[in-house]
Design a protein around this ligand. Structure first.
Ligand code: ZN
Length: 477
């Protein structure tokens, strides 16, 4: 997160001052989800039509149960220690996933490093290029928490990571990404979504994807959403949300808010950022874009076509976060990367993109030079402290999230990430630098890029060496 960490990024700002290409429709997996919410519980059935593109038959499908990180006794809790007090506003609270049934299959079990994986053994192997369909019935219990998955302090409900997600096939095996309190430990392939969601009819429902229809019966409203070629799907809903919307470049942009004295201004900023990034990097790939103000202990959180913005933000903090999260629609949602080991790729680019936006839009009063100055200050302070305390600072950037402390993570993924792309732009010139980024977006939109793919984006050995000098911790900053 500016990812989680937009708050950390906002804090920096306000303090001192490989797989490529898209799978075609029909070759992608399809998540059909029917879910109903009531009194802190989501009862759901995921029908997954799995498209096997691994190059070999598969008998066992592993699906990540991210929400199990909210259960009592989790080895890798979803909220890091320093944010627990802020997230659990009413004291300790737990959630988790209970699987009721899986069918058809030869068997299933919940396992993995931290009960974070549902293994489904198919009755017979699904051949390469073939499809298998399974239905998973489950209950998701939500904690009282201002976090990605939780009933927030204001009554709005955040449904991030609310369904089992197929692991990414990589290097001859499925990657089982364990949850981490740091960063955004999410890594998934693009798929298609058809989501039917039922809740109290008094609630406003914001979701990834376009609303196809809404029907009301017995005080409950059922919404049907669709989304194509996306790597995740999230919902935020509640009775206190109000909505303003506009069309921007053919995209329906909505801003759902609980308490914002100037919602039209926030909506205008979202439209401006969406238009600027579309023009600068390549067209926004979805029909809709929704930002939701909600209870969230960090600054913001990105999902395809939907972002959460903390209701604790206002003024320039809200503006910065909104732009940073919008940039993630290009760097994370469209162009995927392994956020569990290379968080600098999407976070660094989101920070750089925000700096570029505010440089081009001075009326917001956020100066690029100030952002860069703060990033240098934060990074150098981290190096100094680590050298004094530990005798050395590891400044490498390709590391699992579990290898970082929070302060270290912000200094490396955000601050050093921004400095990396600023350094590249200065060396190449803005036109050549942006040309390379546009090519990177075109090549990996809907796919997953490895660090080597990003390093090769400029077809320039010197640029590639610069990337590696930063990533390997050799660069002198
Ligand atoms: Zn971010």
């Amino acid at each position: 997160m500016r990812k989680i960490c937009i708050l950390l990024a906002a804090a920096l700002f306000f303090s001192a001052a490989a797989l490529s290409g898209c799978a075609a429709e029909g070759e992608r997996s399809l998540y059909r989800i029917e879910a109903a919410y009531e009194d802190g519980e989501l009862r759901a059935v995921l029908t997954l039509s799995y498209a096997n593109a691994t190059g070999q038959p598969q008998q066992v499908l592993p699906l990540l149960l991210y929400a199990n990180a909210y259960r009592e006794g989790a080895k890798n809790p979803s909220v890091s220690p320093s944010f627990r007090a802020a997230a659990y506003y009413a004291g300790e609270s737990f959630g988790g996933v209970e699987i009721s049934s899986v069918s058809p299959c030869a068997g299933w079990r919940v396992g993995g490093e931290d009960e974070n994986v549902l293994y489904v053994e198919l009755g017979e192997p699904v051949p390469d290029g073939g499809r298998a369909e399974i239905a998973v019935a489950y209950t998701l219990r939500l904690p009282a928490a201002d976090h990605r998955t939780g009933v927030t302090h204001g009554g709005t409900v955040n449904l991030g990571n609310f369904y089992p997600v197929l692991c990414v096939w990589e290097d001859g095996g499925f990657r089982e990404c364990a949850y981490a309190g740091n960063g955004d430990p999410f890594y998934s392939d693009c798929a298609d979504y058809e989501v039917t969601f039922t809740a109290d009819a008094a609630c406003t429902v914001a979701a990834s994807g376009a609303l196809q229809r809404r029907t009301v019966a017995g005080g409950r409203a059922t919404h049907v959403f669709s989304l194509q070629n996306a790597r995740d799907f999230a919902i935020v809903f509640g009775p206190s949300l109000r909505t303003v919307s506009a069309e921007s470049g053919g995209v329906r942009v909505a801003y759902c808010y609980e308490d914002d004295p100037a919602p039209q201004e926030t909506l205008a900023l979202l439209c401006e950022a969406l238009g600027y990034f579309s023009h600068t990097f390549g067209g926004y790939p979805y029909e809709t874009y929704t930002a939701v103000q909600t209870g969230f202990c960090h600054g913001g959180m990105e999902y395809p076509a939907l972002v959460m913005l903390s209701d604790a933000l206002a003024g320039q903090g809200l503006a910065y976060t909104a732009v940073h999260e919008t940039a993630h629609q290009w760097w994370y949602a469209a162009v995927g990367s392994d956020q569990c080991t290379a968080a600098w790729m999407d976070e660094g680019l989101a920070e750089y993109s925000a700096a570029l936006f505010f440089e081009a839009h001075p009326a917001y009063g956020i100066e690029r030079e100030t952002l860069l100055h703060n990033a240098r200050t934060a990074y150098n302070a981290f190096c100094t402290v680590w050298q004094q305390v530990f005798g050395a600072a590891d400044t490498s950037m390709d590391r699992p999230l579990s290898a970082y402390g929070e302060y270290e993570y912000a200094a490396i993924a955000y601050a050093k990430g921004l400095l990396l792309f600023d350094t590249l732009e200065n060396a190449l010139g803005r036109a050549a630098f942006l040309r390379g980024l546009r090519g990177y977006f075109r090549a990996f939109c809907g796919g997953i890029a490895a660090p080597a793919d990003l390093a090769a984006a400029w077809h320039d050995p010197a640029a590639r060496d610069t990337v590696y000098s930063f990533v390997e911790g050799r660069a002198v900053i």
